[in-house]
Design a protein around this ligand. Structure first.
Ligand code: C2E
Ligand code: CA
Ligand code: CA
Ligand code: CA
Length: 281
């Protein structure tokens, strides 16, 4: 038994070692990745549930690592936050998403009124130059800020109310919309609605992917949707993977949706082919 225990420990130790090494590798590479232009944005459609029309798209970052291939954000965003790189990376994402949106608006009539949703980390929200950077990027890309939707998660709102409300005021003056992402997963979601003026509520995909045959699930979804509309917000249901989910959310009064059922995140070239250059789109 002792022997077994030691072996198990040994295996565990080696796995740990490998993981630690990989993290270390990614950490050193991450710093160079921006300069080497290894980050890439994918775009996922956001659609009207009733007409299936495209109303906007969300920019989702990936890291095109020369050895590891395409690395999803879950594997490097928190690392970028710990190292402080998230500020530069976040600015790059913001710039690139606005640049691409403006290119599409000029090139395709179908893109003229579309919104671009951009994810922001809490570290960016706390950055003193955030508004300056946004102004600079809008000037550079010539994108009208009214097309921008900033997606933030609830945990950002735990911080200092006054500072965040001042920031939101400046953002609103620019007609940029604020979307609360992953709604319902935080500690006191309702108090955030009370304390902050938000434009869009995105229901977390974990709610969509519960058993929709259960009355409880339906009641929760209905409640979230009603609360949002009572506060004058738009609602997006994320993580819609099936027609049934889409139908139910529409029946519950939700107007907007996002998920694999409508379209996966795609790189810019494939996104424009799929969504701007084909008839059904
Ligand atoms: P998120 O903002 O909640 O983005 C939605 C995630 O759900 C994306 O994962 C998307 O690919 C995935 N998704 C979309 N439709 C479906 C579906 O029908 N089913 C399922 N199971 N998943 C779906 P992704 O691209 O891996 O991004 C993960 C998270 O990384 C994002 O979650 C966001 O929190 C963060 N992230 C992505 N891009 C950025 C960025 O540019 N900046 C920051 N700060 N965070 C980002
Ligand atoms: Ca998001
Ligand atoms: Ca989300
Ligand atoms: Ca999320």
């Amino acid at each position: 038994a002792k022997e077994k225990g030691r072996n198990r420990y040994c295996v565990f130790d080696q796995t740990m070692h490998k993981e630690a090494l990989k993290t270390l590798l990614i950490q050193t590479d991450l710093k160079k990745a921006l300069i080497k232009e290894e980050f890439i944005l994918y775009y996922q459609p956001i659609i009207s549930l009733s007409t299936q029309e495209l109303i906007g798209f969300e920019a989702l970052v990936r890291w095109n690592h020369p050895q590891e291939g395409l690395i999803p954000p879950i594997e490097f965003i928190s690392l970028a936050e710990e190292t402080g790189l998230i500020i530069d990376l976040g600015n790059w994402v913001f710039f690139e998403a606005c640049r691409q949106a403006q290119v599409w608006k000029k090139q395709y009539e179908k893109a003229a009124s579309l919104k671009i949703s951009i994810n922001l980390s809490g570290h960016q929200i706390n950055e003193v130059n955030l508004v300056e950077n946004i102004d600079r990027i809008c000037n550079l890309t010539q994108l009208d800020p009214k097309f921008i939707r900033m997606e933030i998660t609830e945990n950002i709102l735990i911080k200092n109310h006054q500072i965040i409300n001042d920031l939101f005021q400046q953002i609103k003056e620019r007609k940029i919309q604020i979307c609360i992402d992953d709604f319902g997963t935080g500690y006191s979601s309702l108090s955030y609605l009370h304390n902050f003026e938000l434009d869009i509520l995105k229901i977390d995909k974990s709610f969509i992917q519960r058993n929709l045959n259960e009355l409880k699930t339906i009641k929760i979804l209905k409640t979230i949707i009603d609360v949002a509309y009572n506060f004058g917000m738009d609602v997006v249901a994320e993580g819609i993977e099936t027609e049934q989910q889409s139908k139910i959310l529409q029946d519950l009064g939700c107007k907007l949706g996002q998920g694999y059922f409508f379209g996966h995140p795609l790189n810019a070239k494939i996104f424009e082919k799929t969504w701007f250059e084909t008839e059904q789109a």
